[in-house]
Design a protein around this ligand. Structure first.
Ligand SMILES: NC(=O)c1ccc[n+]([C@@H]2O[C@H](COP(=O)([O-])OP(=O)(O)OC[C@H]3O[C@@H](n4cnc5c(N)ncnc54)[C@H](O)[C@@H]3O)[C@@H](O)[C@H]2O)c1
Length: 227
């Protein structure tokens, strides 16, 4: 493969649940993409998720923290990325209730660091460039039963520290698009589930608790499984 025609993509949070699937998908399906997986390997990141592809050509792992602005700037100076797929985040609502500051640091400051680094290296030459920010439907708040669905026009109404930090990062991405013309896309997906998911998340937690006949924690109360 001629290196000059390859797309150079940075995936942040690629050792996490969704990120590991994204990285594997690109590495296995798109031989004309060079993938850099950047992850701080917090409790949620696990390189075992990617053992099967670790030796593939045009794939590399970089251990780094997106809250480190200098490290982000240096990375973007050495490597010109065509696209950023930004998944790195503190992602667990319950943890955001016990330690909101970590969510502000990674989800807000970390995202702004990446936006700054992308903006500086792309330097207004935006053709073929894209910053893809992965967010959550939780920025829209709670959907009332029988009251339709969220759309891109739904006003933001975050309630947990997690959703507030994600809403804030979304606003920064929009602001960089509006203010500097930085090409950006935001998607706001709902609950995902599947292989490599950390077991504290809603769907694996509920499945494990049901199998072990434990209560199902729900905000505002708990459901109990009767033996
Ligand atoms: N899982 C879902 O159902 C869901 C739903 C909606 C949105 N999202 C969003 O999708 C993205 C990925 O979610 P996930 O479930 O895969 O999360 P996850 O917690 O499984 O993975 C997050 C990854 O980010 C890394 N990370 C955390 N802080 C970092 C930092 N400061 N620097 C670098 N890396 C860091 C972790 O090590 C981990 O590998 C998140 O942005 C999340 O908000 C997830």
């Amino acid at each position: 493969m001629d290196d000059s025609v390859m797309k150079n993509i940075l995936v942040t949070g690629g050792a996490g649940f969704i990120g590991s699937h994204v990285v594997r998908h690109f590495v296995n399906r798109y031989p004309d993409y060079r993938i850099t997986n950047l992850d701080a390997l917090t409790y949620a990141g696990n390189l075992e998720n990617l053992r099967d592809i670790e030796d593939k050509p045009y794939y590399r792992f970089v251990k780094a923290d997106i809250t480190d602005a200098s490290a982000m700037n240096e990375l973007f100076e050495v490597e010109v990325f065509d696209g950023v797929i930004h998944l790195a985040a503190e992602s667990h609502v319950d943890r955001s209730i016990s330690n909101p500051s970590a969510f502000v640091m990674t989800n807000v400051i970390g995202t702004v660091n990446l936006l700054n680094a992308a903006r500086a290296t792309w330097n207004g030459k935006y053709e073929g460039k894209m910053f893809y920010h992965i967010s959550t439907d939780e920025v829209y708040g709670s959907l009332q039963h029988g009251k339709g669905m969220f759309t891109e026009e739904t006003p933001y109404d975050p309630h947990s520290p997690y959703s507030a930090s994600k809403a804030s990062s979304d606003h920064f991405v929009r602001a960089y698009y509006d203010t500097y013309g930085l090409p950006a896309v935001i998607s706001n997906c709902s609950n995902n589930y599947g292989p490599y998911q950390f077991p504290e998340k809603l769907i694996p937690l509920f499945i494990n608790n049901i199998r072990n006949r434990k209560s199902l924690p729900v905000y505002g109360g708990s459901l109990f499984i009767h033996k």
